[in-house]
Design a protein around this ligand. Structure first.
Ligand SMILES: [Zn+2]
Length: 269
């Protein structure tokens, strides 16, 4: 059984799936990571944005993955520019080509529909994976057994654990993201709170996932909840396109690339 963890930015997985990834590698399972961007805009300091930060964050993900038992050669990058993941045919084909290459049985991706993390990159990526696994499985050489969404507000699968010590070690490899992670960490106990403690046994925390199986019957979802969260997930409320994608020097090669993308997606200059 092979597991593929797909993320939009280099630090997404350690916060949401670290404990499960570590368990899988420690039990001899094959685990691969595909980060669609290198997170080149994930900092406030303008002069760090771009290739410089991309390089740093590439290394940070590799180091973090290593702590979770995943080798550097199992960490892959899709090379879309941070902030520009869209649900387009081109990106669907890009992800399909990676799936064909890596041949996973089970895929993990960010929740697009019942999410509490409204970043447009995450939402688009989740939709891409949903589209591929529900509509385009006939294009794949090997059938995907199930898709698990992380950062979900509607979990039906909990992965229990007792201590965050190990996953913290991997998370804190993302040193360039500490400005964000130190705040996100405050919500960690809430996100990882074990609401189903009695059912599961005496575990302190859980990682929550929404599992969509392509073999079993689907669980029923509440229409009202689906409507409300679905509506919110279509709004880019926490990720306005300005001025995040502006660089101090737009004349560089990278700046030109960003300018073209901004024009393509109708962001005002
Ligand atoms: Zn992210």
């Amino acid at each position: 059984m092979k597991y593929l963890f797909v993320c939009a930015h280099p630090d997404d997985l350690e916060f949401s799936c670290g404990n499960l990834m570590y368990y899988l590698t420690q039990h001899g399972k094959e685990v691969e990571i595909l980060s669609l961007t290198r997170g080149e805009f994930g900092i406030f300091e303008p002069k760090w944005k771009g290739p410089r930060l991309a390089k740093i964050r590439t290394q940070e993900l590799k180091k973090a993955a290593k702590i979770n038992g995943i080798d550097n050669i199992q960490v892959h990058f899709g090379n879309i520019i941070d902030g520009f993941i869209r649900f387009t045919k081109k990106n669907v084909n890009l992800v399909i080509s990676w799936i064909k290459k890596l041949k996973p049985d089970i895929i993990f991706a960010p929740e697009p529909y019942f999410t509490y993390y409204w970043h447009s990159d995450h939402i688009s990526l989740g939709k891409i994976l949903y589209y591929i696994t529900t509509k385009l499985q006939n294009q794949l050489d090997k059938k995907i057994r199930s898709l698990y969404y992380y950062t979900t507000a509607k979990s039906n699968f909990s992965w229990p654990f007792n201590s965050a010590n190990h996953s913290d070690k991997a998370l804190y490899e993302h040193k360039s993201q500490m400005w964000l992670l130190k705040w996100a960490k405050l919500f960690y106990p809430l996100e990882k709170h074990n609401f189903k403690k009695r059912k599961l046994g005496n575990w302190k925390m859980v990682e929550r996932y929404r599992r969509i199986s392509f073999y079993d019957k689907q669980p029923k979802t509440n229409i009202l909840m689906r409507g409300i969260l679905g509506l919110i997930s279509h709004l880019n409320i926490v990720n306005p396109p300005e001025p995040h994608f502006i660089l101090p020097d737009m004349k560089t090669d990278f700046g030109q690339k960003v300018r073209k993308l901004r024009a393509k997606y109708n962001f005002k200059d």
